[in-house]
Design a protein around this ligand. Structure first.
Ligand code: NAD
Length: 316
């Protein structure tokens, strides 16, 4: 019997892609990482640099630059290739170029015989996930956008600050819809130690006047605040992408807010959008359909209509 080595390919070895590779070797997620980029020298440079870090990691990972033909037996491919938004652009403004780049990537990958999971990071990630689902012909459970996974981490950080430092992992909170300005938070489902957050703030003098809309706006905008300071973001999103892969490889069945295809859930069809999902060995094993209030459902659908408007600009 030959042991199956777990392999992850990263397409786009820029700031996000190389951070994903670093996060993979840190967390002992796979045995091999294939680094692929249109700029082959960049992919080589990143692969060498990360290889030199492996010596001081707890586990051996082989990291090398590769080509699409080598993707046949890869278990998961993270796509981070793209053109990050320039100052003044939104993520949605990068759709045309990202869609073209993804086509040039997915076609040769599928020709290689690849049959694993795609984890999409390139923005606008919800629409790119849909595009890759269409281009690849793979089942919807195998195509996962990072969606609002990183926004949810940002939301929890903001709530933790409001709650005098309670660990983010002890807060049940997530945002949904577009990974972008129109995302929403289903406040009726946010809780701490099982206690609904809305009830908590009612009972607490310090929290009673908390402005929930402000928190949602801050959650959506904090990425831009980082962008203004360092030109981009990469550690948070890389950790989120690797969190999704770990949940698949270890069949954790962790609930993560990702961009997944809806087929009737929340009364929505044929759209990739941010929703809490059970992520296990089959990828998206279940879209969790929480019972939203009327107002929450309106906000969620409004966010989806923003995505649909942009989907139509590339023929969907
Ligand atoms: P970057 O410019 O540092 O890296 C992009 C890489 O893609 C470059 O190395 C480039 O050579 C490569 N590339 C471009 N066209 C390619 C092609 N046709 N084939 C293969 N490789 C190609 O950018 P970055 O900061 O790493 O961001 C990458 C993408 O990730 C952007 O779309 C950005 O908006 C997105 N992003 C998403 C999130 C999220 O939460 N989903 C967060 C941060 C960044």
């Amino acid at each position: 019997m030959t042991m199956k080595l777990r392999k992850v390919a990263i397409v786009g070895t820029g700031l996000v892609g190389s951070s994903c590779a670093f996060s993979l070797i840190n967390q002992c997620v796979c045995e091999e990482i294939l680094m692929i980029d249109i700029n082959e020298e960049r992919a080589k440079g990143e692969a060498w640099d990360i290889t030199h870090a492996v010596e001081y990691m707890p586990y051996k990972t082989k990291v090398y630059s590769a080509k699409y033909e080598e993707c046949k037996d890869v278990d998961a491919i993270i796509i981070t290739a793209g053109a990050p938004p320039k100052l003044g652009q939104t993520r949605l403004d990068t759709l045309g170029i990202s869609a073209k780049i993804c086509r040039s990537i997915v076609e040769p990958i599928m020709e290689s015989g690849f049959n694993g999971f795609f984890i999409l990071v390139s923005n606008p990630v919800d629409i790119i996930a849909y595009h890759v689902w269409k281009l690849s012909g793979l089942p919807k459970n195998k195509i996962i956008g990072t969606g609002t996974s990183v926004d949810s981490a940002r939301l929890k950080t903001i709530l933790s600050e409001k709650l005098e430092g309670i660990d983010t992992k002890s807060i049940q909170a997530f945002s949904m819809g577009e990974h972008g300005d129109s995302q929403m938070v289903p406040w009726s489902h946010i809780s701490v130690a099982g206690e609904p957050f809305l009830k908590m703030i009612d009972k607490n003098d310090k929290l009673r006047n908390i402005n929930l809309d402000e928190i949602v706006t801050k959650t959506a905008k904090v990425g831009w605040e980082i962008y203004e300071r360092k030109g981009t973001t990469y550690y948070g999103i890389a950790a989120a992408a690797i969190g999704i892969i770990k949940s698949i490889f270890h069949d954790e069945k962790r609930i993560i807010p990702v961009s997944a295809m809806l087929n009737g859930e929340y009364g929505e069809e044929n759209i990739y959008t941010g929703v809490p999902c059970i992520i296990g060995k089959n990828g998206v094993e279940k879209v969790i359909e929480i019972e939203m209030t009327e107002d929450e459902l309106v906000r969620f659908k409004r966010s989806n209509s923003v995505l649909r408007e942009y989907m139509s600009t590339i023929g969907y």
